[in-house]
Ligand binder design. Sequence first.
Ligand SMILES: Cc1cc2nc3c(=O)[nH]c(=O)nc-3n(C[C@H](O)[C@H](O)[C@H](O)COP(=O)(O)OP(=O)(O)OC[C@H]3O[C@@H](n4cnc5c(N)ncnc54)[C@H](O)[C@@H]3O)c2cc1C
Length: 380
Amino acid sequence: MKIRIVGGGPAGLFYAYLMKRDDPSHDIRVYERDAEDATYGWGVVFSDVALAFVRDIAPELYEAMTERQEVFDEMAVVHRGVQVRLAHNTFHRMSRIDLLGALHAHCRAVGVAIEFERRVDDVGDAFADADLIVAADGANSALRSRYAEQFGPSLDERPNLLAWYGTTRLFDPLSLIFRQNPDGLAIAHTYRYSRTHSTFLVEVDPATFERAGLARMDEARSMAWCEKVFAEDLEGHALLSNKSNWFRYTIVKNRNWHWKNIVLIGDALRTGHPSVGSGTRLAMQDSIALFEAYRECGADVPKMLEAFVRIRQPGSDSLQKAAIKSCEWYEDLAPRLPLDPISFAYDYVTRSGRVDHADVRARDPELAAAYERLHPERVF
Ligand SMILES: Cc1cc2nc3c(=O)[nH]c(=O)nc-3n(C[C@H](O)[C@H](O)[C@H](O)COP(=O)(O)OP(=O)(O)OC[C@H]3O[C@@H](n4cnc5c(N)ncnc54)[C@H](O)[C@@H]3O)c2cc1C
């Protein structure tokens, strides 16, 4: 098959790799707008479950992804300056650039052609004889916008504002830090992803953003505001910027996942939310599903794309639903802020509505017991 892929992020590269590894006679080319060593952001996290998918289908890539990782079984919620540890929350972390580097190397080894610094905003002549065109060009997909009428995207821009920083302060375990300050509330989603660096994603609600005057500050002043708010947590370490401008997260959905021989995958198709750290997982699972659809239907593209939707939609919808619930929790924290640190952490653990007290007891008996002591009036 002749396959053209727009976007060299995790979704596009992983799909290219799986297809070419399966059959070297495929003609596969990836077009990536950025340079090879460019990356936006710092580290990414994967839950245990997320990495199991990669291990099952591409153990050689899994090995490259995990060789330098240390795994922690806990995470922490810091509220009112008190850290509450949550057991059995295993996350694998790595830098986004290392993940892309591993994917580049694997793609090259099997013969995928990658063209860097090549932006594609429409499927012109170069794509005319392609059997399949994969739009893996991220949350702001140009191809999805170009054919918006056909794909029927819905773009739900959420109210909170985010800025994605790095820091040399090593946050182990992965921590969620809630800091009340004179301007309102700021949240840090932070975790170490390498021997030297942590991701430090700051989230604020619109009222805090307004009161702090963040809209009128340049990048350096915004970063200084965040450093001041999280001074106790950063322990003297600075925040680091990498195009770390404030942005609002957009929940992307599409009525149609494919049109003619063009298919959307990854963030172009549907986004999760950083608070559940699932975007890369969702993207790579799309790649697997599209590959499986090919294995089921061969080069019959219309059949293959129908199979892709059938295989992928239920899992994708359910994870996105959980991501939206999680994102809403962060947008409605005011009534929860008076809670003591244990009750607050417990509320966080049960926020999706899919975890009840019996689950907390099984997964984290210490937290369940602490919560029961604080709430003797409740019947468990
Ligand atoms: C603040 C933040 C924190 C996040 N944290 C995590 C996390 O901890 N864990 C996690 O799993 N996920 C995280 N994510 C989500 C994750 O980064 C994405 O969900 C994931 O990278 C999606 O993969 P993708 O390949 O679909 O898209 P992308 O990674 O966005 O890749 C799309 C690629 O397409 C290229 N491109 C775009 N337009 C064009 C064009 N017109 N022509 C050619 N190329 C183009 C881009 O340069 C990019 O390389 C986070 C996202 C954000 C915004």
